[in-house]
Structures are given as C-alpha cells and as structure tokens.
Design a protein around this ligand. Structure first.
Ligand code: ASP
Ligand code: MG
Length: 419
C-alpha cells in the first residue's frame, strides 16, 4: 500500500489535474490511498469568507464564497461532461451557515467554512479520474479522522481514527485500488468539522501512512524535491537526494517550508520512507527521507522571518530560579507558545518565538507579573546545519546579530538589518 499526497499547486488547473491522472496510470494494480488538499489559494479565499461572516458582513461573505464556487464550477465544467453531484451539497452547507448569525467562537466558524476547500477539490479529482476510467472511491475524511474540538488546531484521536480506518478504508480496498480523501480536516464526536492547522495535509497523509502500515508516503510537489535552502531566497540552492528523518524534522521545525513539521513523527515511528517528488517530472526520483544515516555534505539553511525576542529581567535582582521558570513554562503551555530559542543568565531570560501578535501581547502581560518585560520585533532567525565559517560569514554579512547559539551541528543566529 502506498499513500500519495497532492497539494494545492498540483491540482490548481484542468491541465494539472490531467497531469496527476497520468501519474495514476503509471501505477497500475497498486493500492493507493490519496490525500488531497484544497486547490491553489482556496484556503486563503475561504479564510476571507469566514472573516467577513464573523464581522457580520453577510453579503460580502456570500459574494466572496460565490467567487470560490465559480472557480470550482469552471474547473469541473472544463474537466467533466456531467456535473459532480456532491460539490453542490458542499456549497449548500456553507451557504446555509453564512445565512446564520455568528453565535460561537470565530475558530468554530472558520473550520466549518474552510473545510469546503478540500471537500470540493477531492470530489472534482475523483470524478475526473472516474471519467478517465481510473476506478476510485471518494471518502469523506470527516468520517475517519476524529478530533477534539480545538478548532483550527484540532488534535487527532488516534485510536478512534485507527478503528475507522479498519472499519471503512481497509474493506474499501477490496473493491477498488484507489481511495481518495481529504487532508487537513477532521470531525468532532458531534459532527462538527475541524482543521488541523494550516498546511496540515502533509500531516494527514503521514497519519494515514502510519495507521495503514503503508510501504511509503509520496508527497507530490512543484519542486524537484528537498533543497538545502529555499530556492526563492537562495538562487544557488541545491537539490538533496537523501535525508534522515532527524535532519528533516529539525529543518521543518525551524521554518523550512518544504514539509509540515508534524509529518515526520508518524513516519519515523513506523519506519515508513517519505518521498518528495515533482508532479511535473514524475520520472525523477526526488528526495527520499528515511531512517538511514546520511552524511550531509551541504550546509542546510533555514530562515524564519517575523520573530520576536522577549527579554525578561528579574524585578529585584533575585536569580531566575525554578519557580518563575516553571510559571513561565506554564504560561507558554496555556498560550500554546513554542519558543524557538532560549538563553538563561543569572537574572534574565531571552526567548525568541514566532511573532503571533495577540499571543505575544498576552504573554508579555502575564509575564510582567514576574519580570520586567521588553520586546524586540521584526527579527529573522537563521539556522544553519552542517555550517562552516564561509557560510556563516556570507549569511551574517551586514546584519546585526541579536542572539547566537552554536552546537556541533547547528548554528542559530537571530538577526536584524541595520537601520
Ligand atoms: N489547504 C490547507 C492550507 O492551505 C491545507 C494544506 O494545504 O495542507 O493550509
Ligand atoms: Mg498546501
């Protein structure tokens, strides 16, 4: 059994959907579970719908949703002779909701609206594959992936989900070789839709690979594979053909956009290899990520923008002991904040984190009970694994280094440009 994940860029036009159907034709007779995310920029567009609705701008929300509808209807018309039945049900679900008045939290409505993106794209792809005589079954992942009600960042109930996979997905493979479902979304025990966090389809695919004991997961992207730096930022970025799970989990955690950070654990836990391949060049092998030790010859460079440095100073010159430290970590847990870098001194602590504005303001307020708090914003965190002096000098040239940490493998520099 294989698991394939197709992201938004691989299905954002009729030509691209035809291209992925050609990929399926090159795996005749193989059992494949397919995870699909929303087309192109649909998720962003649906976020705008949810925001307008929540502000009470009903007409605006309906108009924005109409645009999303048209994009999908046009695509379906271009690809298919007969209409896809279920896409109208998904349109209606959202439109009904938009006619209501918001009475619950924003995050709840966000998930009810945004989940439509994956339901629509996967339905169109499934119908097109049928029309190409590629037999497949479409499954609503909300019947499979059970989550809690932490809307927008829901946590998956693995036992329940495993049971549903055994009960629904596995028997389906007796009737068909291809099962098509959605990434990024799930459902609570009260049948409310949930989402797993932006870019969460990779994670869904890794969960399926784990729970199905798949032989491999392939993530089909618009790039050749994993590069040693983001090719949009670094023109001389180079392709890497093999990587170890450890390397990739660190890269993803520190901000490499190539794979969602939660993707690696489910794969590593069952030793399932991850292939990152290019849907525009399906003959190429891409990058393989596995438990094999790989001697990394290239430095790996990751930039994380929009960082804030929080400087916490003891108010009365007392040491920063266990008590204020544990209180501080309680605050992090309450606010769901993950520090990217920390450094302690006798009477102060420095913490670098993503500048999620609202959370940081709350954190500053809560921490001010214990410390004097100062914030420095607009910083960039540069992480270089397998560094050398040349690369450090090159990348830190003309920058002001606010904080630096170095281990045997990794250097991290929190930087800003001079004013
Ligand atoms: N469609 C969702 C997003 O854009 C999930 C994904 O693409 O992985 O965040
Ligand atoms: Mg995506």
């Amino acid at each position: 059994m294989r698991v394939f994940k197709f992201g938004g860029a691989s299905i954002n036009s009729a030509a691209r959907i035809k291209n992925i159907s050609a990929i399926f034709k090159s795996y005749p007779g193989e059992k494949i579970l397919v995870v699909i995310s929303a087309m192109g920029k649909t998720t962003n567009a649906l976020e705008k719908v949810a925001e307008a609705f929540y502000k009470g701008e009903k007409e605006e929300a309906l108009q924005l949703f109409e645009n999303v509808k048209q994009v999908h209807l046009n695509l379906a018309n271009e690809l298919l002779k007969s209409p896809v039945n279920n896409i109208h049900d998904f349109f209606t679900e959202v439109e009904w909701l938009l006619h209501d008045k918001p009475a619950k939290d924003f995050d709840y409505y966000y998930d009810q609206v945004v989940c439509a993106g994956e339901l629509l794209s996967s339905s169109i792809v499934s119908a097109f594959l049928h029309s190409e005589k590629i037999k497949n079954t479409w499954v609503d992942v909300r019947d499979i992936i059970r989550t809690d009600d932490n809307f927008r960042d829901a946590n998956v109930d693995l036992d329940f989900t495993q049971a549903k996979i055994n009960e629904i997905i596995l028997p389906e493979f007796n009737n068909t070789n291809i099962v098509i479902t959605q990434g990024f979304i799930g459902s609570t025990d009260e049948n409310e839709s949930t989402t797993l966090g932006r870019e969460g389809s990779d994670y869904t695919a890794a969960l399926f690979a784990n729970l199905l004991n798949a032989d491999s997961l392939t993530i089909w992207k618009d790039v050749e594979g994993v590069m040693n730096a983001d090719p949009k930022e670094f023109k001389d970025a180079k392709f890497i053909n093999a990587l170890n799970y450890n390397e990739v989990i660190e890269m993803a955690y520190y901000g490499a956009q190539v794979i969602h950070p939660k993707t690696i654990k489910p794969l590593q836990n069952k030793n399932i290899p991850l292939h990152v391949r290019c849907f525009l060049n399906p003959g190429a092998a891409g990058t393989i990520i596995s438990n094999k030790h790989v001697q990394q010859s290239l430095p790996i460079i990751v930039l994380k923008q929009n960082q804030v440095l929080i400087n916490l100073n003891s108010k009365d010159f007392s040491f920063v002991g266990e008590k204020p430290m544990s209180r501080l970590y309680e605050i992090f847990a309450d606010l769901k904040i993950k520090p990217n870098l920390t450094q302690n001194a006798a009477i102060s602590i420095l913490i670098c984190m993503d500048d999620a504005h609202e959370k940081i303001e709350k954190l500053a307020l809560m921490a001010s009970e214990l410390f004097d708090v100062q914030l420095e914003r607009n910083l960039t965190l540069l992480t270089i694994r397998h560094y050398n002096t040349d690369i450090i000098n090159k990348l830190s040239k003309e920058k002001i280094i606010v904080l630096e940490q170095k281990t045997k493998d990794t250097i991290q520099m929190l930087m800003k440009s001079p004013q």
